[in-house]
Design a protein around this ligand. Structure first.
Ligand SMILES: [Zn+2]
Length: 249
């Protein structure tokens, strides 16, 4: 999907009571955000869940944009240790433009202005990966980034809103013919199970692979809504979700 750009891969742009945070700036983040009049220099932080290209490819240009080419030195980058180690996702000269670089670790919590977030559990994925649980003065919401299914997901990601990266239509096991392909991703049945266990007010499905795309994600979301009783939405390019909607549901 990323290679074809049938769906955009620029990441999630959070605006939490005026604190703006970019999560997972994949390929096209600079194009998609400028097209939507989102101002990178307003960002307080960029968070990379893991180093795979579809989550980090535009991190350098977004740091450049956040800091106006280094003239407005501010903002922090959060990423797992293996995104910053021997083959870092961020160029060293750009690191100097930032107010800080913070290493994401299992079970830790971080704050950005009056927003806090935790990275409760390391995911099962080929590289070091974390999801996040965000707490604002008014709301709590969770983001389950790329991972194979494991039971602890259903304990750690409680919140009023749950965003799930759901790549596959059907679960894939490593013994599949797809063994050589990346199989450490959630499927529709995994997402259904997690939504039933966590019972958020609203769930948003995102990060669709081709199998989900062909099956029409909005129809999958509709079916999951009926089956689970939770309002399930399929993400679209440029989709906005106002957290105030959670107060009425
Ligand atoms: Zn990945």
């Amino acid at each position: 999907m990323v290679i074809s750009q049938f769906l955009a891969s620029g990441g999630l742009w959070l605006n939490l009571d005026g604190t703006e945070i970019l999560v997972d700036p994949g390929p096209g983040s600079i194009v998609q955000s400028t097209k939507r009049k989102l101002k990178a220099d307003k960002l307080s932080a960029i968070i990379v869940s893991h180093r795979h290209l579809d989550h980090s490819a535009d991190v350098n240009i977004m740091v450049e944009a956040m800091t106006q080419g280094g003239f407005k030195r501010h903002g922090r980058l959060f990423a797992p240790a293996d995104s910053l180690g021997t083959e870092p996702v961020i160029f060293s000269y750009l690191k100097n433009f930032l107010a800080g670089v913070e290493v994401l670790q299992e079970g830790k919590s971080y704050s950005i202005d009056d927003i806090s977030f935790t990275t409760p559990v390391r995911h099962i994925h080929p590289v070091e990966t974390y999801g996040m649980v965000f707490t604002t003065p008014k709301h709590t919401f969770s983001y389950i980034a790329d991972t194979r299914y494991f039971d602890a997901l259903c304990q750690h990601y409680r919140g009023e809103l749950l965003i799930i990266n759901m790549v596959f239509l059907e679960p894939r096991v490593p013994s599949d013919e797809n063994m050589r392909l990346p199989t450490d991703h959630l499927s529709v049945p995994d997402a259904e199970h997690i939504i039933r266990e966590l019972k958020p007010k609203v769930a948003i499905l995102s990060h669709f692979g081709m199998s989900v795309w062909r099956a029409k994600p909005w129809q999958i979301a509709e079916k999951l809504s009926q089956d689970t009783g939770v309002m399930v939405l399929a993400a679209r390019d440029g989709m906005k979700f106002d957290l105030a909607q959670l107060d009425n549901s």
